[in-house]
Design a protein around this ligand. Structure first.
Ligand SMILES: Cc1ncc(COP(=O)(O)O)c(C=O)c1O
Length: 387
């Protein structure tokens, strides 16, 4: 279908929640997508850090199709191999004890919040319900995760919000003011993605971890965007030497199919019992088979490659005219630019490059498997536009 027809249909029938760019994609390979007009686009966005191995990865497709040939869905009343295998793989890779599967990042965080409240209720009674998050954070669009999202602009018109949820600035002073006996858990993104690709400071995360440990407050790391190899480690918290109690992830986990996961570590392992939580589609066998393929391929060699690609991109980008600063970790790159970031993204699209924005920054989260050629093509477009 032609782009103009797709746009007309979408404009008439799809809820108006997205301000879309005027482009639709028909296919692609790796970090190169093909528009409905036949034009090629270098992909520095990966569907917002989702297509970890790019478009149309052959091995990943084979894993997905093989599962489709078996069965597409079974209810969580029954056992199934891909979900069990994926849970084992994630636990062995990270040291987690158990995993709950949902369908999205928001659901993974909902699960972590419920687990934290139950852990605190069972151990300390009803006075300990508080979930703290950081200002500038993003944790999802459901009401609980939206309440925890520390950016007022997302809250407008949607109150009343979930009680006993609050945000504080990511500083030691902010932390000390926010802590008291009511706090059950603190959720952090080690690299705040939607908030502007800002990495937390090491002294702050150390202080946070120390207080959580001392007060038996659960530390939740939201690795929805930063996880699954994106920063050059399997999870971004590894750069900080943290030992979270709960870890949530989604986006890149299944390489492009919907999935969310909440990983339970140590003392939280058995917080839930049958009936406490659930999801019809959560841990769908096709998504899990896709994720088994992705997770088992994110090994040390791939992480080394991610770090090398990140160094290459970051070094080049820092030298471009019009770039004021480079932030983030690994292939989660924030660019402060002199021009308006939204306008830069629009001009990049016109010239055949897909980039994301986060507040006034550009956000680059290419597939982990992007090639040197694709990086160079994207960089040359960006250089021209930023000048
Ligand atoms: C850090 C973080 N947490 C949670 C979410 C919500 O994920 P989803 O859109 O899959 O619900 C996002 C989405 O951008 C995210 O970046």
């Amino acid at each position: 279908m032609e782009l103009s027809k797709i746009m007309a249909l979408d404009g008439e029938y799809v809820a108006k929640t997205y301000a879309r760019y005027p482009v639709a994609f028909e296919g692609g390979k790796g970090a190169t997508l093909i528009g409905t007009d036949g034009k090629e686009y270098i992909d520095f966005g990966a569907g917002i850090a989702v297509n970890a191995f790019g478009a149309g990865d052959e091995e990943w497709k084979r894993a997905v199709i093989a599962q489709l040939d078996r069965i597409q869905h079974v209810s969580n009343y029954y056992y199934q191999e891909p979900q069990a295998k994926l849970a084992e793989l994630l636990c062995k890779k990270t040291g987690a004890s158990r995993v709950f599967f949902g369908n999205s990042g928001a659901e993974a965080n909902e699960c972590a919040f419920k687990a934290a409240r139950k852990y605190a209720a069972v151990k300390y009674g009803e006075g300990r319900k508080r979930i703290l998050s950081l200002e500038g954070s993003f944790h999802g669009r459901t009401l609980f995760t939206l309440t925890a999202t520390g950016q007022e602009e997302f809250h407008r018109d949607f109150g009343p919000f979930v009680p006993e949820v609050a945000s504080f600035p990511p500083t030691e002073e902010g932390l000390n003011k926010a802590l008291d006996e009511r706090v059950a858990a603190i959720i952090i993104e080690c690299v705040q993605g939607e908030g502007g690709v800002n990495e937390l400071s090491l002294p702050f995360t150390r202080a946070l971890a120390r207080e959580c440990e001392k007060r038996d407050i659960l530390l939740i790391c939201d690795e929805v965007q930063s996880g699954n190899g994106r920063t050059g480690k399997y999870f971004a918290y590894e750069h900080y030497g943290l030992h979270p109690d709960l870890v949530t992830t989604a986006k890149g986990l299944a390489g492009g199919l919907p999935i969310g996961a909440c990983l339970f570590f140590g003392k939280t392992a058995d917080v839930f019992s049958a009936g406490d939580h659930g999801s019809t589609f959560g841990g769908n066998p096709v998504s899990c088979a896709a994720a088994v393929n992705i997770v088992s391929r994110i090994d040390e060699a791939l992480l080394l490659e991610v770090r090398a690609k990140a160094d290459y991109l970051r070094t080049k980008l820092a030298q471009f005219d019009g770039v004021k600063g480079v932030s983030g970790i690994g292939l989660m790159i924030g660019l402060s630019v002199e021009k308006n970031s939204k306008e830069v993204a629009r001009q990049c699209l016109e010239r055949g490059l897909l980039v994301l924005t986060a507040h006034d920054k550009l956000r680059l989260v290419p597939p982990l498997t992007i090639t040197k050629l694709e990086m160079d093509e994207g960089l040359s477009i960006l250089k021209e536009v930023l000048k």
